[in-house]
Design a protein around this ligand. Structure first.
Ligand code: SF4
Ligand code: SF4
Length: 289
């Protein structure tokens, strides 16, 4: 089905993550992402989320593009170049679950792609798919970090994988390059300072003191991944639905400043950019000018 890799862990309480998540929330590093405060217990324990959960199957799906946007235009995070991954990857996960059911019989479970309270990076790391780097992304030595993480939580006992080792070493490239100093310590990203948060999640105006710091990022930000040496190993995906939207490829800065709500609706009908809505995107573009 095109997944890059798969790792499996026993479903249960994520002990090591609990204090980390609690500190992050207590320090308000989630900003206005109040949904992160909900379902605290379920977030740490999938057995509270899915009845009779026994195993968490983590899968990676590459989105590193073939065709990049014009470097003279406003910047969009690479994961948003094609169609909305929530649907694309979820469909593949469902297909995977069906194939497990065909092969094995009665297996129940649920599929998650950034869509429910699941700490996907922690599960993927626990299952040996990679390590969580100083930029807080899941990293692999083979393909870097430009992929989606998806989970199947199922009621089937399986053989479990082991965590891998950290290969960040003495590197601090991501911390040094972050335009808003959002990586406040190695492995700690203050979500409320991150350009992805400001350009996608924030509902209010972007604080004026940040003017000039966004380096033309209009939706998300890839800087801490682009500078990561492990991403030299990224190779292009081969998923047709993630092909770079041709309209997006053609858009100049002028087009962005002139885009109407109707055009936005048509061009980004199936795009992750819809999350920021027309209002959010135009706010971001105005802020960048
Ligand atoms: S995504 Fe951008 S703003 Fe956010 S931590 Fe990474 S480099 Fe900093
Ligand atoms: S840039 Fe360096 S420190 Fe940051 S995640 Fe990559 S390897 Fe780790």
């Amino acid at each position: 089905m095109g997944f890059l890799s798969c790792g499996i862990s026993k479903a249960g309480y994520l002990e090591n993550e609990a204090p980390r998540l609690e500190d992050w929330l207590n320090n308000n590093q989630n900003g206005q992402m109040s949904y992160m405060e909900n379902h605290f217990d379920k977030r740490l324990d999938p057995t509270l989320l899915v009845d009779d959960a026994k195993s968490v199957v983590s899968l990676l799906f590459n989105y590193y593009p073939k065709d990049f946007l014009d470097s003279d235009s406003y910047k969009i995070a690479k994961y948003a170049y094609g169609e909305d991954y929530h649907y694309v990857v979820k469909d593949k996960l469902k297909e995977f679950l069906f194939s497990i059911q065909n092969e094995i019989g009665e297996v129940s479970g649920r599929a998650f792609v950034d869509s429910a309270p699941v700490l996907e990076k922690a599960w993927a790391a626990k299952s040996g798919l990679g390590w969580i780097g100083k930029n807080s992304n899941l990293l692999t030595q083979k393909v870097g970090s430009f992929y989606f993480i998806a989970e199947l939580i199922i009621d089937l006992e399986l053989e479990y994988d082991f965590a891998t080792t950290d290969h960040c070493g003495t590197c601090t490239a991501c911390i040094d390059a972050c335009p808003t100093q959002a990586i406040v310590a190695p492995y700690v990203v203050d979500g409320s300072k991150c350009i992805s948060y400001y350009t996608i999640e924030l509902k209010d105006n972007i604080p004026a003191e940040l003017k000039g710091k966004f380096d033309d990022w209009a939706f998300g930000c890839d800087v801490c991944q682009d500078v990561c040496p492990w991403n030299k190993f990224s190779t292009a995906h081969n998923e047709p639905l993630f092909e770079t939207n041709p309209n997006l490829l053609a858009m100049s800065k002028k087009d962005w400043t002139e885009i109407t709500e109707e055009t936005f609706r048509i061009v980004f009908k199936n795009s992750p950019l819809k999350r920021a809505k027309y209002k959010g995107i135009t706010r971001n573009i105005n802020f960048l000018q």
